[in-house]
Design a protein around this ligand. Structure first.
Ligand code: DGJ
Length: 753
C-alpha cells in the first residue's frame, strides 16, 4: 500500500495489491481523476490519461493558448458554472448571490492510519499500518475557504474511503447547498448499475439496469433514515461481470439519513458517480471559523465479480466499522415476543413464553413494543419511557431479573425518536416535535418525530432511557424507528438554519447512540426501522445488527437476505423463525425452511413456542443446537457466497466457507415444487479444490409433512474441485420430502478425516 505524490507530474497515486487510484493537478489548479481500477504499477507520469482537444461550443478555463475545458475533464470534485454542464459535487451560495467558486490545489498531507470522523460514523483502523490517508487541500481565494478532500487506502482491502470537509475562514457568510462526499469519473459508460430497491417488508431487492446517457439516481428524502425504498449502495459492474468474475465498483454511503447516489453519463460516454447527503432541503450556512464535514463513502473495487465486492464489504464492515464487544462475537439466540403477543401481554404471559424458550435452548428474551406508558396500542404512549405497572407490576427491573433467574438474558425494545400526541411527554412538550407551527402535522402510525436536532430533546430522552437501563438487567436493546419525517422544520432553529435540520437530526441520533453505547458497552444493540428501513453502514457503526425486515416469511426472506448480502455481513442481519401462517403473507412454509433461512443471520424466534406441537418443539431444539454448533462459522469466521439468485429462478442458494476452507455449509431453497422433474447440480464455491470433503444432507421427511417416515442422511466424500465444478447432484425427491413447496436443504461440508 502506498500514497505517492509525483512532484514533477503533480500526480497522486494511491495503490495496494489490488487497486489503483490516480489523480492529477490540472493546469487550472483543480483536481482531475486519471484512473480508478485494477492496480497498475506506479509511474512518474500518467498525464496521457488527461484527454484534451479543441471542440466546438467548448468553454476554456485557462488563458489562451490553453484548451482545458471543464466540460470534458474527469474532475475529482466538479463544480458548477465554469463550463461543466453536468451535476456538480458542490454548490456554495455567497453573499453576493453568486455560486461561482474556484478551489485550487493548495497543499496535501499524507498520514498513516485513518483519522476519525466522529461524531459521524466511519470505517476505522486499529493500527496505523493498516491504511494511509491523503488529504488534499484546495482553496478558494475569493471566499477564503478550504476544501479538504480525504482519501484513505487500506493495506488489506481493495477499498478507498472518501470524504470532504469545508473550513471557512473568510468574513462573509457562505451557504453550502450541495456538498457531496465523493465524485468519481470513469472514461466510459460500459456499465450496469446495480442497486437495492424496495419498500416496507420487501426491502433490498436487487435491481440491475444498463447505464444510459443522462442521469440515473437513487435517493432518500425521508429525513429519519436511509429508507426501505433505496439502500445507500450502488455498484457499477461491467456487463459481462458475474457473481464470480469481472469488474465491479461498489459505492456504499456511511450515513443513515437523506442521501443521493447518482450516475451521470455524458454524451461523450463519460460516467460520473456522485455520492453524498441529498442536496434537496439541505443548506448549511458557514460563518468565519466554522467547518462542515461530509459523511464517508466507501468504494470497493473487485476484479472477481459481485461476490468478491460483497465479501470485501462484509469483512471491512465486520472488522472495521462495527465496534465494541459484540463486533467479534457470535450472537445470542433470541426470542422476541412481538409476533407472539403484539401489545397484548402481562408478566405471566411473558414468563410463560420465557419458560418454554428456556426449555428450547434460547439464550436471550426480548420484550418488544408495549411495556411502557399507556402503550396498549399504537395510538399512545410513545415518549413515556417508564414501565406500565399494570402489565408488569415488578417493572422492567423486576421482570429482567426474573428472566435472568430463569437462565436467559433480557432485552428491551425502544423507539426513542418518536412521540404519540397521547403521551405525557407530548402534553409537557408539544413544541418538541418536528413540524411547522400553525400548519397541519402529518402523522404516521399515529406518531410524530421528536426534534433530535435539538440537544435538550436528546438530553431528556437520554436521561429517561438510561435510568430504565441502569435500574434493570438489560443485555440487548432493539432501537426501533417507525416513521419518516414530514413537514421538516425545527421550531427553535433560525430561518437561515432550517436547511440544517435533517442532518442535525441524524447527528442527534448518532449522539444518543454514542452516549448509550459508551455508558452501556456490554449491551448488544440492534437497530430497526419498521423492519429494515435503516439497514445502512451508519447504523452498523453503533449497532452491530439490524432487523432485516418485518417480513419473516421464509420465501420472501430469501430475496431480502440475498439482496442485503450485497453489502452487509450475515452477522448483521436480524433473522427470526416466526409462526405460520405467516403474519405478513399468510403463507405456510415448513419450520425447517424457516430456520434454514434464519440460520444465515443472527438467528432467533418470533413466536410463542407454547403453541407448537411436541414434534415442532423437538425440531426447534434441534435447530437451536445446530445454530449453537455452527454460528461461529456462519456469523464470525465464514466467507459468504451467493450461489443461485431468487431474483432469477425458482431456486435460491448460498454458502459459507471457513477461512481455512475446512468447513462449509450450503443452503438450497426452492419456491414451488416441480413434478416429475430432473435432478440438478448445486455447484459450490470457495472450497479448496484439492481437499477431500465429506458432504452430508438430511433428506428425511420434514416435520410439517407429518410423521418422519424414514431417517435418511445423504453422505458422500468428494474433492473440492468436484463440488465446485461438477456440483452436488440434487434430486427433487429430497425437496419433496422436505415439504415440497418452499422446501430447503442444508449441505454440511467438512474436510474428510
Ligand atoms: C416495527 C418493528 O419492525 C417490529 O419488529 C416491531 O418492533 C414493531 N415495530 C413494534 O411496534
Amino acid at each position: 500500500m502506498a500514497v505517492i505524490f509525483h512532484e514533477n507530474s503533480k500526480q497522486f497515486h494511491l495503490f495496494n495489491r489490488e487497486v489503483s487510484y490516480i489523480m492529477g493537478i490540472m493546469e487550472n489548479g483543480q483536481m482531475e481523476n486519471l484512473y480508478y481500477g485494477k492496480a497498475i504499477r506506479d509511474r512518474e507520469d500518467f498525464g496521457r490519461f488527461h484527454e484534451e482537444e479543441m471542440r466546438s461550443q467548448m468553454s476554456v478555463c485557462v488563458p489562451e493558448p490553453g484548451i482545458l475545458s471543464m466540460q470534458y475533464t474527469r474532475q475529482e470534485y466538479p463544480v458548477y458554472g465554469t463550463g461543466d454542464y453536468r451535476s456538480p459535487a458542490l454548490c456554495i451560495r455567497q453573499e453576493n448571490g453568486s455560486k461561482i467558486v474556484n478551489f485550487v490545489y493548495a497543499g496535501h498531507k499524507i498520514t498513516e492510519g485513518k483519522p476519525s470522523l466522529e461524531p459521524l460514523p466511519a470505517v476505522y483502523t486499529e493500527e496505523d499500518s493498516e491504511a494511509q490517508t491523503l488529504e488534499i487541500t484546495l482553496h478558494d481565494e475569493v471566499m477564503d475557504t478550504d476544501l479538504i478532500l480525504s482519501y484513505t487506502i487500506f493495506e488489506d482491502y481493495p477499498v478507498i474511503a472518501r470524504n470532504a470537509r469545508f473550513e471557512h475562514k473568510g468574513e462573509e457568510k457562505i451557504v453550502l447547498e450541495r456538498a457531496m462526499s465523493a465524485s468519481v469519473e470513469f472514461s466510459d459508460m460500459d456499465f450496469d448499475m446495480i442497486h437495492l430497491a424496495g419498500a416496507w417488508s420487501r426491502e433490498r431487492y436487487v435491481k440491475d439496469r444498463k447505464l444510459e446517457m443522462g442521469i440515473q439516481a437513487i435517493q432518500s428524502l425521508n429525513g429519519t433514515c436511509s429508507g426501505a425504498e433505496h439502500n445507500p449502495f450502488m455498484a457499477l459492474k461491467r456487463p459481462d461481470a458475474t457473481e464470480n468474475a469481472g469488474e465491479v465498483y461498489g459505492f456504499s454511503f456511511v450515513y443513515s439519513g437523506n442521501f443521493l447516489m447518482q450516475t451521470e453519463v455524458s454524451t461523450f460516454d463519460m460516467t460520473r458517480v456522485m455520492v453524498g447527503i441529498n442536496p434537496e432541503d439541505f443548506a448549511w450556512e458557514l460563518k468565519k471559523g466554522e467547518s462542515f464535514q461530509t459523511p464517508e463513502t466507501v468504494m470497493v473495487y473487485s476484479d472477481q465479480g459481485l461476490n468478491k465486492m460483497s465479501q470485501v464489504y462484509h469483512r471491512l464492515y465486520r472488522k472495521r466499522l462495527m465496534r465494541g464487544k459484540w463486533r467479534d462475537l457470535a450472537r445470542p439466540i433470541l426470542l422476541n415476543n412481538w409476533e407472539a403477543t403484539y401489545f397484548d401481554f402481562n408478566e405471566e404471559k411473558i414468563l410463560n413464553i420465557v419458560k418454554k424458550a428456556k426449555e428450547a435452548g434460547v439464550e436471550l428474551f426480548v420484550l418488544d413494543d408495549g411495556w411502557f406508558g399507556a402503550r396498549n396500542d399504537d395510538y399512545r404512549g410513545l415518549g413515556d419511557w417508564y414501565v406500565n405497572l399494570e402489565k408488569l407490576p415488578g417493572g422492567i427491573s423486576g421482570l429482567s431479573r426474573k428472566v435472568e433467574e430463569m437462565g436467559l438474558k433480557f432485552g428491551l425494545w425502544v423507539e426513542l425518536e418518536m412521540v404519540n400526541k397521547d403521551s405525557d411527554l407530548y402534553r409537557a412538550h408539544p413544541d418538541w416535535v418536528i413540524g411547522v407551527p400553525e400548519r397541519f402535522e402529518s402523522h404516521a402510525r399515529h406518531q410524530h418525530v421528536l426534534d433530535f436536532s435539538r440537544k435538550e430533546v436528546v438530553d431528556y430522552i437520554y436521561e429517561m432511557i438510561s435510568k430504565v437501563i441502569r435500574e434493570s438487567s438489560i443485555s440487548y436493546i432493539k432501537w426501533d424507528m417507525n416513521r419518516y419525517m414530514t413537514e421538516p422544520y425545527s421550531r427553535t432553529s433560525e430561518p437561515s438554519e432550517q436547511g440544517k435540520v435533517m442532518h442535525k437530526y441524524m447527528l442527534g441520533v448518532y449522539d444518543l447512540y454514542t452516549r448509550l453505547t459508551t455508558e452501556f458497552p456490554d449491551i448488544l444493540f440492534e437497530s430497526c426501522a419498521s423492519g429494515g428501513a435503516r439497514f445502512d453502514p451508519g447504523m452498523l457503526y453503533f449497532a452491530p445488527q439490524t432487523w432485516t425486515s418485518d417480513d419473516t416469511d421464509a420465501n420472501e426472506r430469501t430475496k431480502i437476505q440475498y439482496g442485503t448480502s450485497y453489502v452487509y455481513p450475515v452477522v448483521s442481519m436480524g433473522s427470526h423463525v416466526s409462526a405460520v401462517p405467516n403474519h405478513q403473507l399468510f403463507r405456510t412454509t415448513p419450520i425447517e425452511t424457516r430456520a434454514a433461512v434464519a440460520y444465515f443471520g443472527t438467528f432467533g424466534y418470533e413466536l410463542d413456542l407454547n403453541l407448537l406441537s411436541d414434534e415442532e418443539m423437538e425440531e426447534v431444539k434441534k435447530q437451536i443446537e445446530f445454530m449453537k454448533k455452527y454460528r461461529e462459522l456462519i456469523q464470525v469466521d465464514g466467507d459468504f457466497y451467493r450461489l443461485l439468485s431468487p431474483f432469477e429462478g425458482n431456486e435460491t442458494a448460498w454458502q459459507v466457507v471457513s477461512q481455512d476452507k475446512k468447513q462449509s455449509i450450503a443452503a438450497l431453497y426452492q419456491k414451488l415444487n416441480k413434478v416429475n422433474a430432473s435432478w440438478f447440480r448445486l455447484r459450490l464455491q470457495g472450497l479448496d479444490k484439492d481437499k477431500l470433503y465429506e458432504v452430508s444432507c438430511d433428506v428425511s421427511a420434514a416435520v410439517c409433512t407429518g410423521k418422519k417416515e424414514k431417517e435418511e442422511v445423504l453422505t458422500y466424500c468428494a474433492y473440492g474441485d468436484e463440488l465446485m465444478y461438477a456440483g452436488i447432484p440434487v434430486s427433487r425427491k429430497y425437496l419433496t420430502r422436505k415439504g415440497g413447496d418452499f422446501a430447503a436443504l442444508l449441505f454440511l461440508v467438512k474436510e474428510a478425516d
